[in-house]
Design a protein around this ligand. Sequence first.
Ligand code: UD1
Ligand code: UDP
Length: 373
Amino acid sequence: MKNITCIVGTRPEAIKMAPVILALRDDRFRVTVLSTGQHSHMLHQALSTFRITADIDLSIMQERQTLDAVTAKVLQGVGYFLDRAEQDLVLVHGDTTTTMAATLACFYRHVPVGHVEAGLRSHDLDHPFPEEANRIITDRLSTLWFAPTERAAENLRREGLPVTENSLFITGNTVIDALQATIKQKREPSAHLQRAMRHQGPLVLMTAHRRESWGKPLESICHAIGDILEARADLQVLIPMHKNPSVRETIQAILGQDGRVTLCEPLDYPDFIWAMNRCDLILSDSGGVQEEAAGLKKPLLVMRNISERPEAMEQGTAELVGTSRERIREAALAILSDESYRERLLNRGANPFGDGSASKRIVQGIRRYYERR
Ligand code: UD1
Ligand code: UDP
């Protein structure tokens, strides 16, 4: 039986790795879940939705932590673990500092790494920062690549990575597995969300956290929301705020006194899916929300200058609007006043990000890798 460690550090890694952890356990691999604790609250909130607890928790998070501190602590913590528990394979997910530093710790010990959500590229090291560099480093040092889309696989081939049919697998994105499993549970929204959402009219859901948006761009996003509310007296806005104090301070300062804006703590994953379903428009700079909105066929304005997920814009479920106050306002009002917009989205065909079987394909890929060695 192979020993596989799945490493997670932040909320999106937990949500997107959870289906893989569950599928590996179903397939009788011996799985250790290692949390770096880069996120404390938000990581465990996400894991608990899937009834997963970390076997090891490095608990590294500090308020307003720096990239250097996270990198150093993950590198040392994962290294310490690997020196004491021999692993056949380590799985990492995505593009966070946990992902990159954990991969480096494995590389230093010749432990093979499988990268889930491999091959995403914006081709701009500053957007998103530092995630584009984290992905490139992680992919360069990996042994197995689980690319969510054909385009992501092509990025890896083009970079000349030593991929073969036994090491590169196109799987779909595991977030769609998580989304479908959550929808299947048909959970009612929690009492506090129901209380906050008594309003029956049109609703905008907003999330923002990207490092490159801190300061002026986030201020511009918040002012755009104020403008949209001014133009539409029937509208309410729900903002589940990221725990990062740099993000919260800006949002609270600009929108905190507006009676039609509900600011709340990060929602449990099922509550957040409920809110995505309930709303008429999503404004977000998140990566995962782009894939989920495409799955739910919800209109999404991506508040970034560039995206590593162009499939959503090509399919027409998302529009890239940057962080300009005027552009966000105009695009949002246009969608909100177009009654047939959602109907047109519903006819846009299959979700380009996956069909809900990504984790099964990842397990098959791992089996194949061991059979062919
Ligand atoms: C991190 C990832 C980013 C990912 C995002 C998902 C890096 C460099 N960034 O960004 O790629 O998109 O997570 O949300 O890896 N905090 C809490 N409690 C929590 C979580 C965060 O208090 O549960 C606060 C802490 O003050 C912490 C700060 O948020 O220092 C920033 O967290 P950090 O993980 O460094 O960066 P994120 O912006 O969350
Ligand atoms: N999410 C959540 N609760 C919230 C906001 C987001 O569970 O209040 C989920 C969302 O459905 C998605 C993930 O968190 O799966 C995205 O995380 P985030 O935006 O923090 O990171 P990114 O995807 O940008 O790396």
